[in-house]
Ligand binder design. Structure first.
Ligand SMILES: Cc1cc2nc3c(=O)[nH]c(=O)nc-3n(C[C@H](O)[C@H](O)[C@H](O)COP(=O)(O)O)c2cc1C
Length: 177
């Protein structure tokens, strides 16, 4: 499978990037091809609802970091989102990319498998419930099959995920994807 991991943390050595990397290692060990694109460090303009994409051209008015994501999504068999929880939801960096799915049309609707990895400081997994619901509803809307959700709680400082049980869980999720 061609797997695209879309990360959304501004911290390069942060917890969600670390778990994304562990997922990638597991997936590669099972023979998958993994590409990672970092929505947090690409220049991605928020959708402005201009409807340019729905007026026949199928293209977005912005030509920025999302162009690469769109091209890669079109070729991917699976999509994995990995991000921190910010105020009970996904961070703006990843949300900007997801909102731009609006212009993707049929590139999105090709059947895919999708997974979500979120990291948060709270020890209560329910703090991630809104983000998990957004992921599930979006996947259902575009017809993607759910390949797993990992809610990694109790992770505050960057790098804490390394010695947590979530590192092995992310690896296993990738290996068994
Ligand atoms: C702006 C901001 C908002 C946050 N909001 C929450 C929150 O609502 N609940 C929570 O448990 N942690 C919250 N956190 C903590 C992060 O989710 C947590 O540290 C996470 O592991 C960071 O992942 P990263 O290292 O991949 O960036 C917040 C952190 C920041 C910077």
């Amino acid at each position: 499978m061609n797997i695209l991991i879309l990360t959304g943390s501004p911290r390069p050595n942060g917890n969600s990037n670390l778990l994304a990397e562990r997922f990638a290692e597991g997936a590669r060990s099972a023979g998958h091809t993994v590409t990672r694109l970092d929505a947090a460090h690409l220049d991605i303009h928020p959708c402005v609802a201009c409807e340019h994409c729905h007026n026949g051209s199928g293209t977005c008015t912005f030509h920025d970091g999302f162009t690469d994501i769109r091209r890669t999504i079109a070729k991917a068999d699976a999509l994995v989102f990995a991000a921190p929880i910010y105020y009970f939801g996904l961070p703006a960096q990843l949300t900007a990319a997801i909102d731009r799915f609006y212009a993707c049309g049929d590139d999105l609707n090709i059947p895919k498998k999708a997974a979500l990895i979120v990291t948060l400081a709270d020890t209560d997994p329910d703090t991630a419930a809104a983000a998990v619901l957004q992921f599930r509803k979006t996947a259902e809307y575009v017809g993607w099959a759910e390949g797993g959700v990992l809610v990694a709680t109790g992770l505050g400082a960057a790098g804490e995920a390394k010695d947590s049980p979530f590192a092995d869980q992310a690896y296993a999720l990738g290996k068994n994807f």
